[in-house]
Ligand binder design. Structure first.
Ligand SMILES: [Zn+2]
Length: 115
């Protein structure tokens, strides 16, 4: 994830920071190494967004075509209690998901039908 909550603010990963996941509110730690893009990761295995995949530069670049406050928006379906993080949620409530790797058509349909 690019953003985590620190107090009321969404912040980007910086060395030695801790925050809370914007989707499940569980603790996340900043991963700021040299091999992967700086990001936040859950402190322990969690049942957060089961659609979430490790983020790449490709993915981050696509999201960065949109304002930061449109990126990584947690969406909650009250009927099913499912939570997922939209790559981008526009001001007109359009959800954009950027997918580089293959996913099964059934999973794609499931994602398209969420909310
Ligand atoms: Zn989470």
């Amino acid at each position: 994830m690019r953003f985590a909550l620190l107090g009321d603010n969404r912040i980007e990963a910086q060395p030695k920071l801790n925050g809370l996941c914007c989707c499940c509110s569980k603790p996340v730690i900043a991963k700021c190494g040299t091999r992967k893009i700086w990001h936040w990761a859950h402190k322990s295995k969690t049942d957060c967004d089961n659609w979430w995949e490790p983020e790449t530069e490709w993915h981050r670049t696509w999201k960065n075509n949109y304002p930061a406050d449109w990126q990584e928006i947690a969406l909650f379906d009250k009927r099913t209690s499912e939570k997922h993080i939209a790559d981008v949620l526009t001001a007109n409530s359009l959800v954009l998901e950027f997918q580089h790797s293959n996913i099964h058509p059934q999973e794609r349909t499931s994602r398209e039908r969420f909310l």
